[in-house]
Ligand binder design. Structure first.
Ligand code: NAP
Length: 283
């Protein structure tokens, strides 16, 4: 029941018409008997500053931030964590005695799920990433911190891949190259990789094509698709048929949410409850 004591949390995005976060967090609050509620706010760019001021004024415990505000919200916050600064993006806010702190839990969610699902050490692994947007940046930076051997980045716009690759070399001294999907040695790069990650939205729609040629895949590779709807993209389906280890985006979503939950409440997140809530909603 919502009372005068209920603590408030929410998601800020635009257009935030659909999100899995309320289902996941409200199930977790219920499981731990916490008098918290998580709601969603669709906030246009022009209202972002006022919305952030509102979080303070109404004494929100915290919030999540999603597209398109992850980068621009920074200027309205009081402090940001080291990770959020490096990633140039905030996905979690905590209200600490009237000061708003920004965090980024996407990288944590990715690494935690990858380690848990694959059971391997990431040190010296070769990485191939499709996409050079916000999610790719969080994933690549957190892999660099794990001391992977090198990261190949490719994107629709090669300039975008070059920019992320340069950022990785400059900020975290990670060996990285940018190539285009049409490059002659793309097949060799895919085949050389230990872990291949899709960080583009391609795979969400039924009619979406495969961005890579399956014939370049080889045994013992791990294929991670950040897309969580559908749970099995065409890329994952093809990889499964080749008996490769596959991971879908639900796990990253789960663990980034679990980390946000821990930042807000100081309690261990009830992972199984959150996973069940997400799976049920996605089905
Ligand atoms: P984003 O910033 O828009 O980045 C996506 C990148 O993919 C852009 O650089 C885009 O290029 C590129 N791209 C689009 N179509 C392409 C194609 N056909 N070939 C090559 N590159 C292409 O989006 P994002 O926030 O990084 O998210 C990417 C995906 O990850 C989304 O599906 C999102 O739902 C998912 N995601 C999942 C989680 C999770 O927790 N599981 C977390 C974050 C994101 P253009 O900009 O030129 O279109």
């Amino acid at each position: 029941m919502i009372t005068a004591k209920t603590k408030l949390l929410g998601l800020i995005g635009y257009p935030a018409t659909y999100s899995l976060s309320p289902v996941m967090h409200n199930a977790a609050f219920k499981r731990l008997g916490l008098d918290y509620i998580y709601v969603v706010f669709s906030v246009q760019d022009v209202h972002l500053k006022k919305a952030v001021e509102g979080l303070k004024a109404i004494n929100f415990i915290g919030a999540n931030v999603t597209i398109p505000h992850k980068e621009t919200i920074r200027e309205y916050l009081d402090e940001v964590s080291k990770e959020a600064e490096l990633m140039g993006a905030v996905n979690t806010i905590k209200n600490v005695e009237g000061k708003l702190w920004g965090y980024n839990t996407d990288g944590y969610g990715f690494i935690k799920s990858l380690k848990e699902r694959s059971g391997i050490s990431l040190k010296n692994k070769k990485i191939f990433i499709l996409g050079a947007g916000g999610a790719a940046k969080a994933v690549a930076l957190s892999l660099a911190v794990e001391e992977v051997s090198d990261i190949v980045i490719t994107d629709k716009l090669k300039e975008k891949a070059i920019s992320l690759s340069g950022y990785l070399e400059e900020k975290v001294s990670c060996r990285s190259v940018a190539i285009s999907l049409e490059d002659v040695d793309i097949g060799e790069k895919i085949n050389n990789a230990d872990i291949i990650i899709n960080a583009t939205p391609i795979g969400m729609k039924k009619e979406d094509p495969l961005l890579i040629n399956i014939k370049h895949l080889r045994e013992n590779q791990i294929i991670y698709d950040l897309v969580y709807s559908p749970l099995e993209t065409l890329l994952l389906k093809e990889a499964k048929e080749l008996k490769l280890k596959t991971i879908n985006g639900l796990e990253m979503l789960l663990y980034q949410g679990a980390k946000s939950f821990e930042i807000w409440t100081g309690k261990n997140a009830p992972i199984n409850t959150m996973r069940r809530a997400l799976s049920k909603e996605l089905r």
